[in-house]
Design a protein around this ligand. Structure first.
Ligand code: UD1
Length: 344
């Protein structure tokens, strides 16, 4: 089987994808600079799959070092590109760092593809490109809206760079996966999300509140035009999401694409409100979440969920896990982190 290069492979979605790729029989080489992860994730992966992935500590902003990885592993047949900064708020504070890191990394990988004859590329994109969609569920041909943050803009620009790079390189094959809201952790609780500092995202904030790291959750607005007034998202289990990458890699390597550049939504097709998430978490864990309602968070959209028909049909993939199982996996991961911290 082909070797797959996974950039950002020790990150949250990256590590879960490495596990699924290994379990599907692929050889995996990870590139990471641990900017938002750590070396222990490699042990977590190995303890699930029984196999430590090959690993190179490289910063993709370093072109020479990036090329070095392709020289060392001539068997690379496809790239899954996760490595990127991803905090919306931070991107407003440090826009240039976001453009430099997220765009330069992509450019260096594309240059390396040309130079070393690697043609298959899977890109980690986001539903943020749809902004506040006019129609729900949102399909892949919904218009791309002006990004509300530099982070979101790097995803939009990256998709454009990929399309432009294909013009003089007709041998390139690209799939962009637009993630909705990935949550949860591997059922083994050996890998999961590692938020640094105060979590921005809902589910890590809930699990940290439940375990006592945070006093209470702020619910950002209950005056939206939704049934219970809180905002609605499409929360997808990270293992389901990871499996979609395996399907997409297979599609690239087997030459099954309908066109050389494709885009797929990865979600469940179902929207859940903030209050529904809180209640589902309380039900499945038996832990009450202290919360208060605050103002809306700037830049948040009211509601968005995916039309997953295209991904279901073309990737022969479907999100399978129920929200309660997913929230329980997030809780088990939080408890694992807590136990590890207490035992030093
Ligand atoms: C957003 C982007 C997503 C991006 C992600 C990275 C959209 C639609 N999605 O996700 O593409 O990858 O940021 O961080 O723009 N909430 C609270 N209290 C909290 C935290 C969140 O009420 O403490 C609410 C939010 O208002 C939102 C929901 O929970 O309604 C989910 O928020 P979050 O987990 O931050 O994800 P998005 O903002 O949807």
């Amino acid at each position: 089987m082909a070797t797959v290069l996974v950039t950002g492979g020790t990150g949250y979605i990256g590590s879960h994808t490495v596990v699924e790729l290994q379990e599907a029989g692929f050889e995996v080489v990870i590139i990471d600079n641990f900017s938002n992860s750590n070396r222990e994730v490699l042990d977590g992966i190995a303890s699930i799959t029984g196999k430590k992935p090959m690993f190179e500590e490289v910063d993709l902003r370093d072109r020479k070092a990036t090329y070095g990885v392709f020289e060392k592993y001539p068997g690379i047949g496809a790239i899954v590109h996760f490595a990127a900064f991803k905090a919306v708020g931070e991107s407003v504070e440090k826009p240039l760092a976001y453009y430099e890191n997220n765009l330069l990394s992509l450019i260096h990988l594309l240059e390396a593809m040309k130079r070393y004859g690697v043609n298959n590329f899977l890109f980690s994109s986001s539903c943020t490109v749809y902004g506040e969609p006019e129609q729900l569920p949102v399909t892949e041909d919904a218009p791309v809206k002006k990004a509300s943050s530099p982070y979101g803009n790097t995803k939009q620009i990256s998709e454009e760079i990929l399309q432009d790079a294909m013009v003089p390189n007709p041998e390139f094959r690209v799939i962009c996966l637009r993630y909705f809201n990935p949550i949860g952790a591997h059922p083994s609780a050996k890998i999961g999300e590692l938020p640094v500092g105060i979590p921005n995202n809902l589910v890590p904030f809930i699990t940290q509140t439940a375990i006592g790291i945070r006093d209470q959750l702020n619910v950002f607005g209950d005056d939206y035009n939704t049934p219970d007034g809180s905002a609605i998202r499409d929360y997808i289990n990270v293992v389901d999401l990871a499996r979609a990458h395996v399907a997409a890699i297979g599609r690239l390597l087997d030459g099954k694409q309908r066109s050389p550049f494709e885009v797929f939504n990865l979600g469940t097709g179902k929207g859940l409100s903030v209050f529904e998430i809180i209640h589902a978490f309380e039900k499945v864990t038996g832990v009450k979440i202290r919360y208060r309602v605050t103002n809306r968070r700037e830049g948040d959209v009211e509601q968005v969920w995916a039309d997953t028909g295209l991904a279901n049909r073309e990737l022969d993939w479907k999100a399978e896990k129920h929200i309660e199982e997913t929230l329980l996996s997030a809780w088990n991961w939080e408890k694992f982190l807590h136990a590890k911290k207490s035992t030093g």
